[in-house]
Design a binder for this molecule. Structure first.
Ligand code: ATP
Length: 437
């Protein structure tokens, strides 16, 4: 989940005492230990696996659990078999590869109901300390990608969410900007996060809806998540990549269940009299044209982008314009110096170098008015077109298969002309007018 607030997990919890009990695991007698990090057991009876130690990492192997009388039933989600019911278990310490996770169950029968309750409490506390959500609000776009959002929610998301014991509310979007309206009026006190089952567009609508609220400063701290059901899905790919997880639907859902978070910058964009907020990328020229003009091929799913890119690549257009930017350290040599003072302060847009100053923020609809920056000492530079493509990216991936800015938190990718290649320019945070929460 992308959480604009979370910069770090905070200081580690004090270590709780490990619980040790004689139990039966999947019917076999064993001695089990529950620490704050793992549930481990060693079978004690006679048998093929007697004495073998197995373990489940609570953070990364367990979807959820239930206490039923003396039984503690854990739903596992692991790479490889740790239950002992199927293939021989992996020895302790051997992690799984990139294979997909599979669901399993480990039934731990305790000696008393009190013991089962005690262990249940300990696991619940551990999940809470990890920031696992308990109540989520899902926004499902039935129209995004190949129009599979509803099915993805029912078949891929719900089974895992229910196994994790998470309460949820789901609302489908009925029209363009509906997600923005929903986020603008949702009672956020009821939820630990808003999850979009959609393409990247709905996530951006949600961010805009949150920032248009009167309580935007609290609203924007609500964790947001995304399940890939769109055309590009670059945000999910970027988030999973940064967590070291391969791209898959189940990994995206599990990352949300585990409470994985990272902060995300928000870019404030002013165009004429309109202000909006972006968390992913801004494009002008080739990529924007491909995105917009390929709409008529939406039935192709992700392939529409590849197909239309080819069509446009053989017929490149050029765009005249000038880009003003503040280079990041080490990139000061890019572009040409700008003489005029450019203000990027408070409410307004980055004003044109020629000096047009327009206050474009409409306070009725734009409660968050963008970051305030003191740009008095900033050394602005400029690049003059014509451009084939201008691509400003806040994330590493444009889509599942397209890594455009490997180290992106903020990168500028500028295609000045077809023959000059694509120089990459690292911009300063203030250039993108962003603010990290
Ligand atoms: N019921 C609906 N009917 C038509 N459009 C809708 C509906 N619900 C949402 N939308 C619009 O669908 C667009 C695409 O949404 P989404 O980002 O989920 O999918 P996508 O296929 O990845 O599209 P894109 O590549 O344009 O981001 C958004 O602009 C959204 O406002």
């Amino acid at each position: 989940m992308a959480d604009p607030q979370a910069k770090a997990r905070g200081p580690p919890e004090p270590r709780a005492e490990a619980l040790v009990e004689p139990v039966r695991v999947n019917g076999s007698a064993a001695e089990a230990t529950l620490s704050s990090a793992e549930l481990a057991w060693r079978t004690t009876g006679a048998g093929r696996d007697s004495g073998g130690r197995r373990k489940l990492e609570l953070e990364s192997d367990v979807l959820g659990f239930q206490v039923e009388g003396r039984a503690l039933k854990l739903v596992t989600f692991t790479r490889g078999d740790v239950t002992g019911a199927g293939r021989p278990p992996s020895p302790v310490g051997c992690g799984g590869g990139a294979e997909d996770r599979k669901r399993g169950e480990v039934a731990v029968e305790m000696e008393s109901e009190e013991a089962a309750e005690r262990w249940g409490h300990a696991i619940r506390d551990r999940f809470a300390s990890l920031g696992r959500p308990k109540r989520l609000f899902f926004i499902v776009n039935p129209y995004g990608g190949k129009r599979g959002g509803r099915k993805i929610f029912q078949t891929e998301v719900l089974p895992l969410i229910e196994a994790a014991g998470i309460h949820y509310t789901m609302q489908e979007t009925n029209y363009r900007l509906h997600a923005q309206e929903i986020a603008g009026s949702l009672d956020l006190r009821k939820y630990d996060g808003i999850i979009c089952v959609s393409g990247d567009g709905i996530l951006v609508e949600v961010v805009n809806g949150l920032l248009q609220r009167d309580d935007w400063d609290k609203a924007i701290k609500v964790p947001l998540g995304i399940i890939p059901a769109g055309t590009g899905n670059g945000m999910v790919q970027g988030l999973l990549h940064s967590a070291g997880e391969p791209f898959s639907m189940s990994n995206a859902v599990f990352a949300i269940i585990r409470g994985h978070r990272r902060a995300l910058d928000v870019t404030s964009v002013v165009q004429g009299k309109t202000r909006f907020f972006s968390v992913m990328m801004l494009t002008w020229g080739l990529v924007a044209d491909i995105d917009i003009e390929s709409e008529k091929f939406r039935w192709m799913g992700s392939a529409r982008i590849d197909f239309y890119s080819l069509l446009r690549a053989v017929n490149l257009r050029r765009y005249n314009g000038r880009i003003l930017f503040v280079p990041a350290p080490g990139y000061e040599g890019f572009g040409d110096p700008v003489e005029q003072t450019i203000s990027c302060k408070s409410n307004g847009a980055a004003n044109a170098a020629e000096g047009d100053i327009t206050d474009v923020c409409n306070n009725e609809t734009c409660t968050y008015s963008g970051p305030s920056t003191d740009d008095a000492d900033l050394e602005w530079r400029s690049l003059k077109g014509p451009f084939v493509n201008v691509w400003i990216s806040n994330i590493a991936f444009a889509s599942e298969g397209v890594m455009i800015a490997p180290q992106a938190l903020c990168r500028w990718l500028l295609g000045r002309s077809y023959n000059q290649g694509l120089p990459m320019v690292c911009c300063s945070r203030t250039l993108a007018s962003d603010e990290g929460w």
